[in-house]
Design a protein. Structure first.
Length: 569
């Protein structure tokens, strides 16, 4: 590769390392990355950062990108997870071409490598129980103790390991451990387990194996086998890097460079697969793709776009130290993207009937409405207007509070794209006293919302025609948790204690513009004055769309940025 064509500055520390490798020809000028998920759950926003980083670096340097499943634990892995991960990675725009691999593809080779370690005197079969092994391991301040089985002969270890493979021993009876250093200050080098017995069928290899390699052992060798040059992983694997290097050096095989970066932590949610699985299994959410979940499939169902998520990952950058990202930044990126592409529509979520007393009976006009002011190419649409309309309940107050400029008796407002109207009265329910109908008069001279006499109208509200609107279900979403860090256990409370009981509100009788009845699955809209919404991809039916709220119109992140700028002055 021509070093003069390297990506433009500024660069993160990972790209700086790669640049140095390009100059020194450490990997013959090649860049080959991978994304190696374990198929034990759905991908979440943290994985999106890794996918964007690994695939992005490969694309920038004209290299290759692999998708590889580290499927070494059959008790937690499912084909459903494999299929969802493939779909998510593809949706995020990462292209692995023909390089879709599985660690299970290498089980025979990994077994042969383990034999080589035994033959070199660098691995042994241990009979200690898991509890005994923990005791022997020591602590951060106290060295570990050698297992009484550590000095078995090479011949005995080879025999026992082959018998482990043959299925002679029950689960937990024996393990294969690397022989490194029980006094190492790095606990990962205190004779780590590299194979364990599991009499469970694998989703790809069936019952061929009853011993399975551990993740740390498998990962580095899979990277080596595939010719990965830069094994980019999250910061929790930094202490595992010496083990990664040890295995490859002892076996004298191709040696990628492991580089660690800070994982993505997002407030008001959890990104632990174990905790996400709890939410699913205990039915706190409807599934992995529930729009409240921080999973890629949940975000996709909620209406997030590939471009917005990748922009979010780019904005937060690549760092060496862990930090927590504000959910408001993610919402800002979604809002920024949808503002450019989403079709506008007028929808009334909590309808209140509005009658124009002086509007002709049975007359229908079609008001020309802009589909997207950010994109003139999207054109306009015709929206029916009639004597009886629906407006939002919040757009009327019989007794208005101070600063309220919407409808109240005697006040004028502009009906978007239509006329200026003046409130004259309201009708209440005899039993509850609730306002059920508002009466207004319209000014025919203000068609299109203009005021030829120059009078100022302080508020504009949206509407739909009662005779033409159709009813639809709309789902409103809030944060899944009420605490910024629900996993903080200092107060002794389980993370589920902080689940937001109001994270989902389902509105059944919303009134929508007629054209939206034929909206396609996944289609996105900006409901004017309400927020961004999309057609649910699971529960919608032809002619009966269900709408999920994607993000509100509130620009919290912009307010945060403004506050930060003021504080610096």
């Amino acid at each position: 590769m021509d070093n003069n064509n390297l990506p433009a500055s500024p660069k993160d520390f990972i790209r700086e390392i790669i640049d140095q490798h390009m100059v020194s020809k450490q990997f013959d000028g090649k860049v080959h990355t991978r994304f190696p998920p374990e198929p034990n759950g759905y991908l979440h926003i943290g994985h999106a950062k890794s996918i964007a980083l690994n695939s992005g670096i490969a694309a920038e340097y004209g290299g290759k990108f692999n998708l590889r499943f580290d499927d070494t634990n059959p008790s937690k892995e499912e084909v459903e997870y494999v299929e969802s991960i493939i779909e998510d990675v593809r949706w995020l725009g990462a292209d692995w071409e023909d390089r879709l691999f599985y660690a299970s593809d290498y089980f025979d080779q990994l077994y042969d490598y383990a034999i080589q370690l035994i033959q070199k005197g660098k691995a042994y079969v241990d009979d200690l129980s898991a509890e005994e092994m923990r005791e022997y391991r020591g602590t951060l301040t106290q060295s570990g103790k050698e297992s009484p089985y550590r000095n078995r002969s090479i011949e005995e270890n080879l025999d026992l390991f082959k018998r482990m493979r043959a299925g002679e021993f029950p689960d937990g009876a024996k393990v294969l451990r690397a022989k490194i250093d029980m006094a190492s200050p790095n606990l990962n080098l205190r004779d780590p387990v590299i194979y364990r017995i599991k009499h469970e069928d694998h989703h790809r290899t069936g019952d061929k194996w009853c011993i399975y390699p551990m993740y740390d052992y498998t990962h580095c060798l899979s990277d080596s086998i595939e010719g990965i040059t830069h094994s980019i992983c999250t910061l929790e694997f930094e202490d595992h890097r010496p083990l990664y290097d040890w295995v490859l050096d002892e076996l004298e095989v191709f040696h990628p460079q492991q580089i660690e970066f800070a994982r993505l932590n997002l407030n008001y949610t959890v990104l632990s697969k174990r905790k996400l699985l709890q939410l699913v299994n205990e039915k706190h959410v409807s599934g992995w793709d529930d729009p409240r979940m921080p999973t890629i499939s949940g975000f996709r169902r909620r209406g997030y776009t590939t471009e917005a998520i990748r922009n979010f990952c780019e904005r937060i950058g690549v760092a060496k130290n862990d930090s927590v990202v504000d959910m408001a930044l993610l919402e800002y990126c979604i809002r920024e993207d949808l503002n450019k592409r989403a079709q506008r529509a007028m929808t009334v979520l909590r309808p209140l009937k509005l009658v124009l007393d002086n509007y002709p009976e049975n007359q229908v006009e079609y008001m020309e409405c802009i589909n997207n002011p950010e994109d003139p190419a999207m054109g306009t649409r015709k929206v029916p207007f009639s004597k009886v309309l629906y407006i939002e309940k919040d757009d009327f107050r019989e007794t208005p509070p101070k600063g309220y400029f919407r409808l109240f008796p005697g006040n004028e407002v502009r009906l978007r794209y239509a006329y200026v109207v003046k409130c004259v009265s309201c009708v209440k329910d005899d039993d509850t006293g609730e306002v059920v109908e508002v009466h207004c008069t319209y000014d025919p001279a203000t068609q299109g919302g203009t005021t030829p006499d120059g009078r100022k109208i302080k508020s504009t509200i949206h509407w739909v025609s009662a005779d033409h609107a159709f009813d639809a279900e709309v789902r409103l979403y809030d944060r899944l948790f009420i605490k910024a860090n629900p996993s903080d256990s200092k107060d002794g409370k389980d993370f589920k204690h902080y689940l937001n009981p109001n994270s989902l509100e389902v509105l059944k009788d919303c009134k929508l513009e007629p054209f939206m009845k034929d909206a396609a699955s996944g289609e996105r809209f900006q409901f004017e004055r309400q927020g961004y919404f999309c057609v649910d991809t699971v529960d919608s039916q032809p002619g009966k769309p269900v709408f999920n709220q994607t993000v509100s119109l509130r620009d919290t992140w912009a307010k945060i940025e403004q506050a930060q700028k003021k504080s610096k002055k």
